[in-house]
Design a protein around this ligand. Structure first.
Ligand SMILES: Nc1ncnc2c1ncn2[C@@H]1O[C@H](COP(=O)(O)OP(=O)(O)OP(=O)(O)O)[C@@H](O)[C@H]1O
Length: 230
């Protein structure tokens, strides 16, 4: 556990019911800046692992360290604060606020975290620059409500929101599942560039193995998850 660690999991056990383990992971180490593709069959526990890494839930056993913090021993309140400061989340349902414009949606994390606000410098300018980098330049010049955007455009707004204020870790759960393959590849190229630029550690969950070439490392959940082993 060094200062090059983004994520370190040890002896993790989690089950929604005590007698039905979903995850049993002896060890997982992800260094800072690595871009990881986490694959696995439907129902194998990918989203559950992402929720545990994001501090949304606690394991029944084991340790989860993010950056220099052992999260599983901390309160929900501490984990929520830590997530707001250090983790960008990008989910399949983008959870954008339809009545707000793009800039207001993207700058939301800066309202919940003074650290991210500080890192963003000028949040509105940072949001504009992220939206431009993600190919939404025209909507910066001609503002619209997010409800007026296509799914692919909404997804890029959600990515900009996850990236604003340079969180050290980005957790993405199937954010490309609603897109065609060309848009998916284009989006992943942009996302990967953004993460590389800021040395963001990316954990990207999907069962679509054709996307794996965008990443530094592919982890097959079935190879690290020994649930059911005696
Ligand atoms: N809130 C919940 N309560 C009880 N069981 C759950 C809950 N969420 C998930 N599960 C169960 O945990 C297991 C893992 O689910 P999870 O959503 O993590 O899988 P996944 O690999 O992300 O699947 P998919 O690729 O289909 O999204 C499944 O058996 C699922 O039924």
């Amino acid at each position: 556990m060094t200062d090059t660690t983004a994520i370190e999991v040890q002896q993790l056990r989690f089950g929604w019911k005590p007698d039905q383990p979903v995850l049993q992971i002896e060890h997982l180490h992800i260094p800072k800046g690595q871009q990881v593709f986490l694959r696995g069959a439907s129902g194998s526990g990918k989203s559950t692992l992402l929720n545990l890494l994001g501090g949304l839930m606690s394991p029944q056993q084991g340790q989860i360290q993010l950056l220099d913090q052992l999260l599983n021993t901390r309160s929900q309140r501490f984990r929520d604060r830590f997530r707001a400061d250090h983790i960008g989340v990008l989910f399949q349902q983008f959870n954008l606020l339809p009545y707000l414009n793009l800039i207001d949606n993207v700058t939301l994390p800066c309202r919940f975290s003074s650290l991210r606000r500080q890192r963003a410098g000028n949040p509105e300018a940072a949001a504009e620059s992220l939206l431009q980098a993600l190919g939404l330049q025209s909507f910066v010049e001609h503002p619209v409500k997010t409800a007026e955007l296509s799914i692919g455009q909404q997804q890029r707004v959600a990515a900009a929101r996850a990236l604003i204020g340079q969180p050290e870790i980005l957790l993405a759960d199937e954010p490309t599942s609603a897109l065609d393959s060309d848009s998916r590849d284009q989006f992943l190229t942009l996302l990967s560039q953004q993460c590389q630029q800021h040395q963001t550690t990316l954990v990207f969950v999907s069962h679509d193995l054709s996307l794996s070439h965008h990443f530094d490392r592919v982890i097959d959940l079935s190879e690290i998850n020994h649930k059911g082993a005696v």
